[in-house]
Design a protein around this ligand. Sequence first.
Ligand code: CTP
Ligand code: MG
Length: 235
Amino acid sequence: MTASSLPPFWALIPAAGVGSRMRADRPKQYLELAGRTILEHTLACFLDHPQLRGLVVSLAADDPYWPALACAEDGRIQRAEGGCERADSVLAGLHRLAELGAEEQDWVLVHDAARPNLTRGDLDLLLGELADDPVGGLLAVPARDTLKRAGADGRVQQTVDRAPIWHAYTPQMFRLGQLHRALADALVSGVAITDEASAIEWAGHAPRLIEGRADNLKVTRPEDLQSLALLWRQP
Ligand code: CTP
Ligand code: MG
């Protein structure tokens, strides 16, 4: 499929987290890897895509790091003010996208700021596979390891069938109106929402799983940064 036959889309990058599990001196999206911050690598995955209609990054209100980046001056990037939880940051970004002209039926791809190794191939696969989907979906990776269910005593209670288990990655691709309603309703109801798909599921829909690359890693703990550094050092 050529790039021009892929559907137009908007990108939303929630980057308002503090990265507590990383235990670094700054939020992990501002740690450096191969000469640039993680956030800059992540933004670069989208910025030159021919079907991109606009991009919003949700930042913490008191973020002192963003203004120092060259991309803060990039006219293609708009800002929204993030919130306490990831879902709040995503909702704020959706509002901003609507202000920029995104319409109810437009596709929005939400992608973690801390996931800088998304390939163009995976991005185009997601766009192509879901172009005509009534719901949307997400990049995901089938579970590889044998899974155990633990009992309260810390011993194995059961070996779980791995076949239907997937890890949810991003981007997650949904229509602006449907995602906005699902997130807003879920938040009002007090449901725990850890990704966009869970809000869509809560609203009664079934997002499609699109198998992506396992190395579309989210930097969560210090060793993840080391894995990425090694990966990018390979020829
Ligand atoms: N995020 C956000 N707003 C929040 C919380 C998270 O925009 N209130 C973003 C993060 O910046 C990150 C993405 O959501 O790009 C995925 O979240 P996660 O990996 O959990 O990042 P943090 O919340 O920053 O890390 P931690 O949970 O370890 O504190
Ligand atoms: Mg978090």
